[in-house]
Design a binder for this molecule. Structure first.
Ligand code: DX5
Ligand code: ZN
Length: 218
């Protein structure tokens, strides 16, 4: 089953509660929260106070994507704020295995993220420890960028690696996901689709979410 995780990065921040309700009522499965620090990526977005503020507004699981340097410093704050899943970039973690277990110690699910150029081999030895692998299909930092098709074989690689290790995990893709590119990801083995502009740039959020699902069902 495909899960749709709208990214609030493309929402109207002045009307965030309403924007979140529109995708929850529109059939979203998770809510994707993009955290950027201006160091790991060239943009700054939101921090733990915003996560805490949106927690009571929605029942959707909060899928928090940390695009920050030295994420260990902030993991407890995001867990406390109400994150259900916290994902960290392999490129930002010197001691990735330790960081993954640190996330789990906070009582939340742990994900690991790979930039488009980072080989899947990097996470072979932590696949057994994570709940989710997130493959970036754009260079992180901004919404509305074009999907990078060379990431699709990496989705297959993660699925194969998980299969070899008999490990059930979610495979998520993030960046440039729309009704055209979503089926490529789903067909390769992704089961969670993040979409920012493809959902929030449409007035009818339910129709946009449905379009992604239907594109994958074909
Ligand atoms: C990119 C973010 C994405 C982004 C996706 O750095 O991690 O979640 O918001 O936006 P779209 O779907 O517009 O590419
Ligand atoms: Zn993201």
């Amino acid at each position: 089953m495909i899960r749709i995780a709208p990214s609030i990065l493309s929402a109207d921040f002045a009307r965030l509660a309403e924007e979140i309700r529109s995708v929850e009522e529109g059939g979203a499965d998770w809510l994707h929260v993009d955290v950027m620090d201006g160091r790991f990526v060239p943009n700054i977005t939101i921090g733990p106070p915003v996560v805490a503020a949106i927690r009571p507004v929605t029942k959707l699981p909060l899928d928090v994507h940390l695009m920050i340097a030295d994420p260990d410093r902030y993991i407890p704050a995001f867990a406390k704020a109400g994150a259900d899943i916290i994902s960290v970039h392999a490129e930002a973690c010197v001691h990735l295995h330790r960081t993954i277990h640190f996330i789990k110690e906070q009582g939340v699910k742990a994900g690991v993220v790979l930039n488009p150029h980072t080989p899947v081999e990097t996470i072979r030895h932590v696949i057994a420890d994570v709940d989710l692998v997130l493959l970036m299909t754009v260079n992180p930092g901004f919404g509305g960028q074009a999907f990078i098709p060379s990431v699709v074989p990496k989705i297959r690689e993660v699925a194969r690696l998980a299969g070899e290790q008999n490990k059930a995990l979610d495979i998520e893709v993030d960046g440039g996901v729309n009704a055209k590119t979503a089926p490529l990801c789903a067909e390769a083995g992704a089961n969670v689709l993040v979409a920012g502009s493809a959902i929030y740039n449409e007035a009818d959020r339910a129709a946009a979410i449905r379009a992604l699902r239907e594109a994958c069902a074909k």
